[in-house]
Design a protein around this ligand. Structure first.
Ligand code: MN
Length: 233
């Protein structure tokens, strides 16, 4: 017996300061998790965290000091950046409390939740799934993962993103509406969490469009940074 064709490769993210690779299981994302971003998207109420997902092979790994290249994706004319703290999980099962959730954290990275905002707006209006606006190829650029044993607990720290050297997003991860442990606890009500899961924890205000030629540079203090150039497809 054998596979009918070569099995797909395992998506991996390198671990800072080692030759180790973190195998990606699933990618979950949290919507509207900073009050000012929720407001800029037209929402004001505090609501329970909500989730969407991207395929594991949507990661675009950007090594430390490198500039990743992202071909401008098809079927959009409003590609937008969202810089986010990414939480990497290292444990199976369910977190029954925020306290239990802390033990699921393996490490952290910096990610950009790329979004076809024009498609998302029209899907929202029609009450349709966000899939094609959020879960496209290479829609999850990510830095190397910093292990929790090095980073400590990341519950504060500046999160920022520049486009062509101009500051567009800046906040502090302490301003997340739902903190890392609360996100994990909520998410595990709906899914069996597993080692290799990545959680994009939401973006601060200041999201906007980019075009080919633009260079994004973003980071979370104490975690890392990443650089990404949008190139013509
Ligand atoms: Mn996002």
């Amino acid at each position: 017996m054998g596979y009918v064709f070569a099995a797909p490769g395992q998506a991996v993210v390198p671990v800072v300061g080692t030759t180790d690779l973190f195998p990606v299981h699933r990618i979950y994302c949290v919507g509207r998790n900073y009050a000012e971003h929720a407001r800029e998207m037209g929402f004001s109420e505090r609501e329970p965290p909500f989730f969407f997902a991207k395929p594991a092979d949507a990661v675009l790994v950007i090594a430390e000091g490198a500039v990743g290249k992202l071909p401008y994706p098809p079927e959009t004319s409003d590609l937008q950046y969202e810089v986010e703290l990414v939480v990497a999980l290292g444990r199976h099962g369910r977190a029954n409390s925020a306290q239990e959730a802390a033990a699921f954290v393996w490490g952290y990275a910096v990610g950009v939740d790329l979004t076809r905002r024009d498609l998302q707006a029209s899907l929202k209006k029609q009450g349709r799934p966000w899939e094609i606006s959020k879960s496209f190829d290479l829609s999850a650029p990510i830095s190397a993962i910093r292990a929790g044993r090095d980073a400590g607990r990341v519950d504060n720290g500046r999160i920022w993103l520049d486009v062509n050297g101009e500051r567009r997003q800046e906040s502090d991860v302490s301003k997340m509406i739902w903190g890392v442990n609360e996100i994990i606890e909520h998410l595990s009500r709906y899914f069996a969490l597993a080692p290799g899961d990545l959680i994009f924890s939401g973006t601060p205000a200041g999201v906007g469009a980019v075009v080919p030629g633009d260079v994004l540079d973003g980071g979370v203090d104490g975690v890392g940074r990443l650089s990404l150039e949008i190139v013509s497809a």
